[in-house]
Ligand binder design. Sequence first.
Ligand code: CS2
Length: 487
Amino acid sequence: MRLSEKSLTQLSGGVAKPGYDRSKVVGSIVHLGIGAFHRAHQAMFTDAVLASGDLAWGIIGASVNSAKMKNALVPQDGLYALAEMGADSEKVRIIGSIIDVLGGAEDADKLLAKMSDLSTRIVSITVTEKGYYLDPASGQLQLQAPAIAADLAALATPKTILGFIVQALKKRKAAGIPPFTVLSCDNLPNNGKLAKAAVLAFARQVDADLAAWIEASVCFPCTMVDRITPATTDADRAHVNQVIGLDDAWPVVTEQFVQWVIEDQFTLGRPDWTIAGAVFSDEIECWENMKLRCLNGAHSTLAYLGQLTGRETVADAMQLPLITDILDPLWVEIREVLHAPKGVNPAEYVESLKQRFRNPALKHRTAQIASDGSQKLPQRLLAPLRDRLAKGLASPAIATAIAAWMHYAVKIAHTPDAVLNDPQSAEILARARLSSDAPSIVGHLLALDKIFGADLPANADFRALLIAKFVELATNPEVATAAAIRF
Ligand code: CS2
């Protein structure tokens, strides 16, 4: 029997479900990018707020270019199972905070109308790094990107999140309705500031007065979000459905750890997410940098090295001494230039990450994390690298991690039918194929200025170190790089 409001009475014993009256929940948060991460994180925090009796904060989830989630969740009245997996225990519960789901072109008008309405107080976002259309190295909005250019030419029918946000704000301004808060929950440093920069750059192309109004009156709080949430597999679906005793088309499997640190700046109020452990803080930059560099930087390193050594999951990759012997010094290099938040011991933080990465119950695929390297490397690995260069410190472990990304790209470039999942794949693969000689391959890839800027390719010492690490990986018998490389 399909999971739904009605079938909740048939739920297996011991599985928690919403105890509040969902028909009384007011939809005041529109979430753009309703994937597994949002459902494991913000929707879970909001569920706790509703359970505390404050029914003012229901979520309308949306995907601007796909109806897949809508088709899975609408027949279930927005309900889904969240399985929180520890190394040897699991907790499964039903989350009720998503009260409607919109998706794809067919719902574009409805989504825009909802975002333009006074009832929408927060527009939260998880669209991954590439959804902001910012150049990774410079942070400039990619006005030439076809999707952005198309939205600017036909703003009444937007297709990107920037188009939706700016058009909805334009309508609110025209109707005298105060703006919503834009709450970025993506893995970017200063995510609120980047969201603001992207929205303003877009709005300036539309109307200077509108841009000035947005700049003066819209809040874009920064947030640090953390919960390791792999894409749901068929095996996860079968397992969770067996536990709950009902059919959930798209359950979420996540870890037990969760963290959310938020800057407290909201235009039209906010839920009390502290009920589920969220923290409001002014120290967001320190929290974000620690998480992006220590967790995500190590994650990307594990992903590329894991892909080169045949390790399918993060937990598998953590078992390989070759990889942990690179990760340990990587964390030291990152920590040496880290400004940790007050009261946090970075060494303990890193120890806790090791435990989380080793969690065997999470089948987090290295291939999933290896995607979108062009968007991830700058904040995860190149930022600490630049901090170290500024202090005259060498960074052999960070260089190894970047060399691993290069090998990953080169290997895909030389494997028939292999796909590099990255918005810049065409440029990366073309460069990866230009030469088979190690120093030239490194040189060609390092010249990708949208990723590496102008400073890193110009640094002769760093380039030499990177070439040495690239060769070191290629000559290691445990590492399977492309066969064609010459030294
Ligand atoms: C991962 C993140 O896929 C990736 O790039 O590094 O999704 C990571 O699992 C989350 O940031 C954890 O909070």
